[in-house]
Write a protein that binds this ligand. Sequence first.
Ligand code: GRF
Length: 203
Amino acid sequence: KRIVVLVSGNGSNLQAVIDACQQGRVNATLSAVFSNKASAYGLERAQAAGIPAFSLDPKSYANREAFDAALAEEIDAYQPDLVVLAGYMRILSHDFVARYAGRMLNIHPSLLPKYPGLHTHQKAIDNNDAEHGTSVHFVTQELDGGPVILQAKVPVFEDDTAEDLNQRVQTQEHNIYPLVISWFVDGRLSLREGQAILDGQIL
Ligand code: GRF
């Protein structure tokens, strides 16, 4: 199976997927990595692993639809079975989401449906939550709203900063994202009629 990953930044989740592919925990080839930011460290991680890595500058396109259409054309040249969003910090156009329906995953740093959008760690602190975490979900038209596949919880301690929580959450992300990706590439996971199905069971 072939995977294309989209990043905007550090790419620690990309690294976790690279490592999982190299170690045979994910039975797939990382065909290419794309970024909307030329400075994304994730691009360097890809290059270091011998994966074709490209950035597209949104400023070179008239609007979101034009950028997403160009990106989709680049992605489709690799004929991916799965598109993995790994810290890809751009709103996706309707057509882009529709094109990859049922074969695009995202990881979001909260226990969805709590805290879609940005600044999730600070929100968990501000609300005195006892627990926080991360969610892997199928991407649908609703931002951070697609069916959840797997979550990992972490405790929130009294003196935690947002950065403390970020680190605790990311450690879990690096475990659960490769695991979910392995389920998908092994044909165990699908999106049917808006529901995530694993081994024939609704999640
Ligand atoms: C992750 O925490 C992920 O949940 C969120 O963006 C962050 C990306 O981190 N969507 P990295 O670029 O994978 O290090």
